[in-house]
Design a protein around this ligand. Structure first.
Ligand SMILES: [Zn+2]
Ligand SMILES: [Zn+2]
Length: 254
């Protein structure tokens, strides 16, 4: 299994793109601005999109993707997310005001997109790849994903601050190999991190002390321009683990 990072920044500017990962060639995890780096052919091949939450930096490519390739596919794109997240998309995005409701285009029996609610803790298996929702703690309903293949699990937390439920879930996994977890702000911006329910280096250090396994740890969703400061603070506070900054175009195989 292969995960390619199309975007992993907490914002845009100077070539940075927001969260969008390509799993093999037919699944997207989140649909931030990283999606715009795919060719039209690659966009047409996307059959499933798993969303962590409804924030624009994670979903803004979805309406544009449907418009770009819907008439070329012959089958709908399936959007998997928490029921609460899909409700937000229904109410505030695909509402015929901000964007047409492609669940009814060209008609309801043959739409360009279908929503597939995935409650917390539930799994779906797609050709040998199992995706399971994990708890997260953010300002809107949010989840992470565990992606399990033959050689173990990769976890992407999505946007989150400290979460007992997530740490319990991670400590219950016997096969955690890769952990992609966010740290959005440096310690100086702790108040903003608390208000927006993201991690900062001190909070992540505290969280990782509770993690019993030793996966490779990839840091994502860093605020643009503050990347070096965040990573330096993390390395200083988490000296006993191998901390790596997730990079655009990086490929993780497991
Ligand atoms: Zn968010
Ligand atoms: Zn975000």
């Amino acid at each position: 299994m292969e995960l390619k990072v199309l975007g992993c920044s907490g914002g845009i500017g100077s070539g940075r793109h927001t969260t969008c990962f390509l799993l093999d060639d037919d699944i997207l995890i989140d649909a931030g601005t990283g999606i715009t780096r795919l060719s039209h052919e690659q966009l047409t091949a996307i059959d499933h999109i798993f969303l962590t939450h409804s924030h624009l930096d994670h979903v803004l490519g979805l309406p544009l993707l449907l418009d770009a390739v819907g008439d070329r596919r012959g089958k709908p794109v399936i959007v998997h997310a928490l029921p609460e997240t899909l409700e937000i998309l229904s109410d505030h995005l695909f509402n015929w005001k901000l964007w047409p409701d492609f669940r009814e285009i060209p008609d309801e029996s043959n739409p360009w997109v279908r929503f597939s609610p995935l409650p917390l803790g539930s799994s779906i298996e797609l050709v040998g790849r199992r995706l399971t929702t994990l708890p997260a703690h953010h300002v809107v309903p949010a989840c992470g994903y565990r992606i399990t293949g033959q050689s173990g699990s990769l976890v992407f937390t999505g946007d989150t601050t400290s979460s007992d439920a997530l740490m319990h879930a991670l400590n219950d996994m016997g096969d955690l190999r890769e952990l992609i977890i966010e740290t959005s702000f440096e310690n100086e911006l702790r108040d903003i991190a608390v208000a927006s329910q993201h991690h900062w280096p001190d909070s992540l250090a505290q969280e990782l002390r509770r993690l019993k396994s030793r996966p490779r740890i990839w840091i994502t969703h860093l605020k643009p321009g503050n990347e070096d400061a965040i990573v330096a603070e993390l390395r200083q506070r988490i000296a006993d683990r191998d901390i790596r900054q997730l990079a655009q175009d990086q490929v993780i195989e497991w």
